[in-house]
Design a protein around this ligand. Structure first.
Ligand code: IPE
Ligand code: IPE
Ligand code: MG
Length: 258
């Protein structure tokens, strides 16, 4: 990713705040509320949400952000009315087809995390096609969390790990944080540095529970369809001004003594 970062807009543009997060994760919430506020059907909110996905992805690619993970559908979202779910599936299929050209042009690499069951075969086919086509692209990794749940991810990881311990390929004493990370869907990906949530809810909603342990949180009242490039820049400026301590002390405090 370093060759991409060095030729990116952020490397040349002094107005882009540094440091940039290596990995941004987004809980794209508030599509329904945005639509209802305007007297539109919830579906219209989802449709307009795709424009925000395009804007945000494009800007992250332009800036040279290494990874953008978008929460598209949670494992709990199946509780919604069938009509809304059908619409979301059609939208997902359409996205995978219609955005392909732009994804390829911008050198974006697409990955999907989550369980495949419940997703219609034709959606999976288009998803797989985009993943495969973009697999060797050098730019931003766009990771789409679809039918994703953080607890379900841990269940899947523990099942595979238990199997490997039983088969003798892993010893219980080898189990450490790195090994657990390797069993998650996000194996090999850096943890998110910045977690953005739109529409103001102060919760995580089962997103990347393991991976966000030290992510910086940034929550806006704006709904996802209203999320503009300027909002992303606002989050990036705030992120750049945060002091990340990871349990340690601020720079300069170490020499204070007790
Ligand atoms: C987020 O918007 C999109 C999905 C969860 C699929 P919502 O549909 O949750 O919108 P609100 O939160 O009801 O406004
Ligand atoms: C989180 O939004 C899931 C996605 C953005 C895909 P929800 O709308 O499902 O979250 P809750 O129900 O308000 O916690
Ligand atoms: Mg919501």
């Amino acid at each position: 990713m370093s060759n991409v970062a060095s030729t990116s807009a952020s490397a040349q543009d002094p107005s882009v705040p540094q440091p940039l997060p290596r990995h941004i994760a987004v809980i794209m919430d508030g599509n329904g509320r945005w639509a209802q506020r305007l007297g539109l059907p919830r579906a219209e909110g989802h449709r307009r949400g795709v424009d925000s996905v395009r804007r945000t992805t494009e800007e992250c690619a332009r800036l040279g952000v290494g990874q953008l993970t978008l929460y598209c559908l949670s494992s709990e979202n199946w509780k919604r009315p069938q009509q809304e779910l059908d619409f979301l599936m059609r939208l997902l299929e359409q996205y995978m087809i219609e955005e392909r050209e732009l994804i390829m042009r911008q050198g974006i690499r697409v990955r999907v995390i989550g369980r495949r069951d419940g997703i219609p075969a034709r959606v999976l086919a288009e998803m797989d096609r985009t993943i495969e086509m973009s697999a060797d692209n050098p730019g931003t990794l766009l990771c789409l969390a679809i039918n994703y749940g953080g607890r379900g991810e841990m269940v899947d990881a523990v099942r595979r790990l238990a199997q490997d311990v039983r088969d003798g390929t892993v010893a219980p004493t080898q189990v450490d944080e790195q090994l657990i990370s390797n069993y998650l869907y996000t194996s090999g990906m850096p943890d998110p540095d910045l977690l953005i949530r739109t529409a103001g809810e102060m919760r995580i909603s089962n997103f990347l529970l393991w991976q966000i342990s030290y992510a910086e949180l940034w929550i806006t009242e704006k709904c996802w369809p209203e999320f503009e490039v300027e909002d992303l820049h606002h989050a990036l400026r705030d992120y750049a001004a945060r002091e990340r301590r990871f349990g340690g002390l601020n720079r300069g405090e170490e020499s204070d003594g007790l």
